[in-house]
Design a protein around this ligand. Structure first.
Ligand SMILES: [Zn+2]
Length: 336
């Protein structure tokens, strides 16, 4: 494996190649939403760092360090990961901290891969000392799907490398061959609604509820100016309370629905290009003619309200109150 074996993220790849030549800090954080491929990049970065003969394309794949790493037997690569989805225990963190200061056995470096999403604040605190003052051969490569939830002291001593959304074409390449039993139309729809996230595209394509959820979100957006405030905060809020596990999907769909409403608005009667909710164009057009108060500006501020909701939920704000507040903001915008 080398960096070019991973699809997309060209900026990140050239940055990683630079850091492989001369890591300028002892701790890196790769951040991006779940399903964005940050663990694949973290592994590839780790292998390039321990490789005896790395190039700009990462690890050579042939030296003994590369071979041992592939087999999972290289003692110079330590892992703080959660195989079972549970939080990492203090004992595991302490073992790694003790091990990391011992000189590497095969490579010139020692690399520790850390899954911050499965570490409580207390566990993250244990990493402070080792990341602040490690032996010169140590590099930490941490991953998180929620950078704001990483404790600030760990953030401040690490370099944050962000995974950007993939193009639909790149996602197509990544998931090719992985969804053989699923209808091509469904896969294409999932890619369009995945917000540039290959893992999300995979899960949406396999989710029987996705098509319903997609329709429910458009129904909600088009009903917002019509329903009463009470109805909005009871019945309509039910979409969020009933689908709490899928809130990330709902937020993506809300943004997609708003974007499509905007596209229909600005197309002024022509068929808009590049629209996701294709079969909904007639009812979106009807909605816009009934509600002239819905303008490009109010739609833009409604998208901002959805993004604010996403940020609030990332820091564990009250779920129902935050969702309700976002709906109210959108209603105020739509009814201006
Ligand atoms: Zn190698």
């Amino acid at each position: 494996m080398a960096f070019t074996d991973l699809v997309g993220q060209n900026k990140l790849k050239s940055r990683l190649a630079q850091e492989v030549r001369a890591p300028h800090v002892a701790s890196y954080i790769l951040s991006g939403p779940e399903g964005s491929g940050k663990k694949s990049f973290a592994n590839e970065f780790a292998q390039a760092l321990i490789c005896e003969d790395p190039s700009d394309d990462g690890a050579c794949g042939k030296c003994s360090c590369c071979k041992y790493m592939k087999e999972g037997t290289l003692p110079d690569v330590l892992r703080l990961e959660s195989p079972d989805g549970k939080n990492i225990k203090a004992e595991a963190v302490r073992d790694v901290i003790e091990d990391i200061i011992i000189s590497p056995q095969f490579s010139s470096r020692k690399v520790c891969l850390v899954d911050l999403d499965h570490m409580t604040e207390t566990m993250q605190n244990l990493l402070l000392k080792p990341t602040e003052d490690p032996p010169p051969f140590v590099v930490f490569i941490m991953t998180t799907s929620s950078y704001p939830s990483v404790i600030s002291t760990v953030r401040s001593r690490s370099v944050n490398l962000v995974l950007l959304p993939y193009s639909d074409e790149e996602i197509g390449q990544i998931i090719k061959g992985k969804l053989d039993d699923i209808d091509q139309g469904k896969i294409a729809e999932a890619v369009e609604f995945s917000a540039g996230n290959p893992g999300k595209a995979m899960s949406l394509a396999q989710d029987p509820l996705f098509s319903d959820l997609k329709d429910d979100v458009m129904d909600l957006m088009l009903a917002i100016p019509v329903v009463s405030y009470t109805n909005l905060l009871t019945e309509k809020l039910g979409l969020f309370t009933d689908n709490k596990d899928h809130v990330e999907d709902i937020l993506i769909l809300m943004v997609r629905a708003l974007e499509d409403i905007l596209k229909v608005k600005v197309s002024e009667g022509d068929t808009p290009d590049d629209i996701r909710y294709k079969s909904d164009i007639p009812r979106i057009a009807r909605f816009l003619s009934e509600h002239p108060s819905v303008t490009a500006g109010t739609i833009g501020r409604s998208v901002a309200a959805v993004e604010e909701l996403r940020s609030a939920l990332a820091v564990n704000a009250n779920y129902e109150a935050s969702c309700g507040a976002a709906l109210l903001k959108i209603k105020k915008e739509f009814c201006k």
